[in-house]
Design a protein around this ligand. Structure first.
Ligand SMILES: Nc1ncnc2c1ncn2[C@@H]1O[C@H](COP(=O)(O)OP(=O)(O)OP(=O)(O)O)[C@@H](O)[C@H]1O
Length: 790
């Protein structure tokens, strides 16, 4: 017994170190739908208004008339609508790679913490400029002096500013004494209804209302008949009961037909308008357009189609739109229901926004999105962009995806855990839903693998299109910048956390296969054609460091010598981003807010903050975005001309020495490097600076190993049981690339030995506690992120 307990506690410790990974990435189902964790954690209590730092409410875009609010405070209805309460049923967990958030630097006693007043000025001037936006909400910790500072800036700009407990609001309209949406003591909570129930209630209500009016007409008609024919006609009850099934289906049909025709008229109006024609012209220039008919034909003739499209070809923004347009043209707009999954929140939101704009609509009309804690979807939304986790969560309560006509899974080449899980579940579903269409989209050319998994599904390839993007590898960068690498200028400075991070840098040195390949490639490389300084530098290049100083030098080079345009820097995680940002802020050029706007983009940031990366800075200011691999796929930042790629991303792997799983930076794949490069050149020519030599790039794997194969199996098995996906080995054997059966069996045996699974492979109380413990750790981590405490 003692032995078992000991093992269980060891296991818990192991889980503790990895729980974030599994809660976020692998198990979107585990997060309770009730999201209010603690009254003081505003961002968990509601949707939009709950972002941790700033939120911009868009009034007009959500269909509120501007007249109702030009001078007065918005009604509670406004907040109800704008905050998205009760509108969406599904929630999603955050991916681990996006969630490793570090603490904010601690405050100095008695000193104002408002180190980012320039950022505030910029945010407020953006607010002034955007006529659709009404206010900025910040939940960062502030004291009275900070508030006064912000309030003074806002007042000078003619804005209204108020503090509601921990939140500060700057608004174009006068603010009330009390804001229910910012009340952390009595937070408004989202009422979560399962999707199926929501739509059933909607349909029943609609049918009921239409039937009521039909019945009224019939009753009037019968009354007149009775008046003339005496008592020979059927009584009212009989009439009502006989009519019921007939009326319901006919009424529903009529409503759907009417809506479909309305959608078609609206689409035709837009296509005929000058703006619509201009947009059409732009869209026609994308390579996907040439394949439009072939794609639509393949989709109508086959249940599964695999589309491989290189970066910039238009697969993400165009293909879902082609299906929607075709359905609307065929007057089936109101009956189609297309779901397109994206691996990340930011891409789901940004793509939905772009597609809505291409259709001349506001978000929430025919195109919407749903991501963790927020979304925008209306009655007529027929094309919904959501994260993979959201769809998985829906599948848990709506196993047949009732009403859904098309599922599009984008960026499947990334082979994240959620995507692989989703494919197993969808493959199971297809025979039970023969009319459902599944379209798999991959950015790169590994379509055969997916096609054979789905029984030889047809493949369509779309060539990519980007404006020319020049690649510069480390050797060229060193020549260009004349920067000299020494053993001493490659130690990344993580500020306060230096000791801890230094240990982490040592851990990085433990060799993985790819690290050995990189070393071999470096040994075999011949840099003979480069000048001696460059050769010296290359000989002491440290592949284990991210290279903060080199990044600084490259950014300086771009700012001083290159044409205007934003820079997107790919880092590995929140800790790197923060440390580099601190370093850059201390630099005379890069830290000068009148010349450089420094922004970060990371998975644990609020969506409103993430979206700032799409805004254009003022003329003469260069935008530099420090992002994780979350900005790698599907998004287009219009003004990005330069990409800086550190060549690494965080991924789960085993620390073989401690025998614990961990999330550590490792080399990316060639596919990822191409995707990173592809973020430049989407609307104009660009440059990509890879901070590693070309020979290292050649040593990269073509694709990253699927997360399913990198993830520790014990926790994976527990996840499968908690999701009620049947026998663990049966489920895993259905994966596109399943783990070794022996390893699966060992993991199951281990879980049985410690008592997490019983003899029949059911979760025991201990197993459930482990999962809850993992959730608890997840919550602690969130609290830690929110309050900035270690
Ligand atoms: N927000 C935007 N603003 C301007 N142009 C855009 C925007 N979004 C997309 N585009 C244009 O549409 C093209 C296709 O974008 P899309 O996201 O569909 O590409 P993709 O084929 O999915 O590539 P990737 O997988 O690399 O994201 C872009 O290269 C760009 O020219």
């Amino acid at each position: 017994m003692l032995k078992v307990r000991l093992k269980a506690s060891q296991f818990l410790a192991t889980m503790y170190s990895t729980s974030l990974q599994f809660n976020f990435r692998t198990n979107p189902f585990l997060i309770p739908q009730r999201r209010c964790l603690h009254p003081s954690i505003g961002f968990f209590c509601s949707a939009k208004a709950s972002s941790s730092t700033s939120v911009v409410l868009k009034r007009k875009r959500r269909g509120l008339s501007s007249s109702s609010s030009s001078s007065s405070y918005p009604s509670p209805y406004f907040y109800q609508q704008n905050l998205g309460y009760g509108r969406f049923a599904y929630d999603e967990c955050e991916s681990a790679s996006e969630s490793d958030r570090d603490t904010e630097s601690s405050k100095q006693l008695g000193e104002s913490t408002l180190h980012n007043i320039e950022e505030w000025r910029w945010k407020l001037s953006m607010l002034m400029r955007k006529k659709d936006d009404q206010e900025v909400v910040s939940r960062e910790k502030k004291d009275r002096r900070d508030f006064e500072h912000i309030s003074a800036v806002a007042t000078r700009m003619g804005l209204h500013c108020r503090q509601y407990e921990k939140a500060v609001v700057c608004s174009k309209v006068p603010l009330p004494n009390y804001r229910p949406d910012l009340d952390v003591k009595r937070p408004q909570r989202e009422v979560v209804l399962p999707y199926g129930l929501q739509s059933r209630v909607g349909d029943l209500l609609e049918a009921h209302l239409s039937k009521k009016s039909t019945n009224k007409e019939n009753l009037a008609h019968n009354a007149s008949l009775r008046g003339s024919n005496g008592n020979n006609s059927p009584n009212d009850k009989e009439l009502y009961e006989n009519e019921k099934p007939f009326a319901r289906s006919v009424v529903a049909e009529r409503i759907l037909k009417r809506r479909s025709l309305e959608m078609r008229n609206k689409q035709e109006d837009w296509e005929g308008s000058p703006e619509g024609q201009k947009m059409r012209e732009l869209r026609r220039n994308l390579p996907a357009y040439k394949e439009r008919e072939a794609l639509l034909r393949a989709i109508s003739e086959n249940q599964v189609v695999v589309v491989s499209g290189e970066t910039g070809c238009g697969k993400t923004t165009q293909l879902p739109q082609y299906i929607l347009e075709a359905e609307i043209e065929a007057a089936h707009g109101a009956t189609c229901n297309i779901i397109c999954t994206q691996p990340r929140r930011i891409s789901a939101m940004a793509v939905a926004e772009r597609v809505a704009a291409e259709r001349g609509e506001n978000l929430g009309e025919s195109v919407g999105y749903k991501v963790r804690l927020e979304g925008m979807r209306g009655r007529d939304t027929r094309l919904l962009f959501c994260t993979t986790g959201i769809l998985l969560r829906r599948l848990l309560v709506d196993r047949k995806l009732e009403g859904v006509t098309h599922v599009i899974v984008d960026e499947i080449h990334e082979r994240g855990m959620n995507e692989d899980f989703l494919l197993i579940v969808l493959k199971d579903l297809l025979p039970r839903r023969p009319e459902l269409r599944l379209i798999l989209m991959s950015a790169t050319l590994n379509a055969e693998l997916f096609s054979s998994y789905f029984g030889g599904a047809p493949m369509i390839h779309i060539p990519g299109f980007t404006y020319p993007v020049r690649s510069h590898f480390l050797e060229n960068i060193l020549e260009m910048t004349r920067y000299r690498l020494t053993p001493y200028n490659q130690i990344d400075n993580y500020g306060q956390d230096k000791m801890w991070k230094m240990q982490k840098q040592t851990i990085r040195k433990r060799k993985t296969q790819i690290a050995s390949d990189v070393e071999e490639a470096l040994e075999a490389a011949d840099f003979g054609q480069y000048n001696p300084l460059t050769r010296d530098s290359l000989s002491c290049w440290n592949p284990d460091s991210i290279g903060f100083n080199l990044i600084e030098r490259v950014l300086c080079h771009i700012c001083r010598n290159e044409r205007p345009g934003a820079v997107l820097v790919f880092m590995t995680g929140w800790d790197d981003i923060n440390s580099v940002k601190d370093q850059l802020q201390a630099h005379p050029l890069l830290g000068d807010p009148s010349r450089v706007l420094l922004l970060s983009c990371h998975g644990s940031m609020a969506s409103a903050e993430q979206k700032l990366i799409f805004d254009k800075p003022e003329d003469g200011i260069r935008k530099i975005v420090l992002a994780t691999n979350m900005a790698e796929t599907s998004i287009t930042i219009n003004d990005v001309v330069f990409v800086v790629d550190c060549g690494k991303a965080k991924e789960t792997s085993y620390d073989a020495i401690n025998n614990t799983p961990c999330l550590l930076p490792s080399w990316i794949s060639k596919a990822s490097a191409r995707q990173r490069k592809g973020r430049a050149g989407r609307v104009q020519p660009g440059e990509c600076y890879h901070l590693y030599p070309r020979c290292v790039y050649e040593a990269f794997a073509d694709y990253q190993l699927p997360e399913l194969l990198r993830t520790p199996l014990q926790s994976l098995c527990l996840q499968i049981k908690s999701l009620q996906l049947g026998s663990i080995s049966d489920f895993l054997s259905k994966a596109m690339q399943s783990p070794e059966p022996l390893s699966v069996q060992n993991a199951i045996d281990y879980l049985k030995t410690i008592g997490a699974l019983d003899e029949n492979e059911n979760l025991t109380v201990l197993g459930k506690s482990i999962l809850n413990y993992m959730n608890l750790h997840f919550l602690l981590r969130l609290l830690h992120c929110y309050f900035g405490k270690r």
